[in-house]
Design a protein around this ligand. Structure first.
Ligand SMILES: [Zn+2]
Length: 204
């Protein structure tokens, strides 16, 4: 059961296309598993479209109504869940890179102009990441397994949003590997000499 969702403002930014691609991907993957957020995204998209229509009145072509009606006839039925705008399985066919005992990463989207990147991270049961903070927002969607940090417990499907204020040391729960889709902007801020030593390995 999904317990953690992106904020409403995040759904709106995702629908409006004003969010870095890496972060939007995390929300889309969550929404593909979460009917509540899928509906929220559709509502935000519809509201955005209505707003644009209101802002920019344009003269209608004489045959606009006929064409709109024709489109209705051929329109595909709305899927029950919003499908992700990209194929995660295909994207995730890359190579796992071991970054620490029990921890591996796969780069999905390289750092872009907004200084954001998208990665998969796989943490063996019981393993923890070093305590770290952030210098920008971080969004995570749990794909398999579960992890906990000081702020809560997150299981498959959950979406976790963290800002620069959060310091945490996520630990995978016993059972299966915890695989997460994670978007980060700017860099992690590791604590202690070990973290500073490891950060270049993570590339984050
Ligand atoms: Zn949701």
């Amino acid at each position: 059961m999904i317990r953690h969702h992106p904020a409403e403002a995040s759904l709106i930014a995702c629908a409006a296309g004003t969010m870095p691609t890496a972060h939007a991907r995390v929300i889309e993957v969550h929404a593909a598993r979460c009917p509540v957020c899928a509906a929220g995204l559709r509502a935000a998209e519809a509201a955005g479209g209505a707003l644009l229509d209101a802002l920019a009145p344009a003269p209608m072509a004489p045959d606009a109504l006929a064409r709109a009606l024709a489109r209705l006839d051929t329109a595909a039925p709305e899927p029950a869940h919003r499908a992700p705008a990209f194929d995660l399985a295909a994207l995730a066919s890359g190579r796992w890179r071991r970054v620490a005992p029990g921890i591996a990463m796969m780069k999905l989207l390289p750092r872009d102009a907004t200084d954001s990147r998208l990665d998969l991270i796989r943490v063996a049961p019981g393993r923890a990441l070093l305590t770290h903070g952030h210098t920008g927002p971080e969004r995570t969607c749990v794909l398999t397994g579960a992890f906990a940090d000081g702020s809560g417990l997150y299981a498959a499907g959950d979406c976790v949003e963290a800002d620069a204020a959060l310091d945490h040391a996520p630990r995978a729960l016993p059972g299966e590997d915890c695989v997460c889709l994670i978007a980060t902007t700017h860099h992690l801020r590791p604590h202690g000499w070990l973290g500073r030593l490891v950060r270049p390995l993570l590339g984050m």
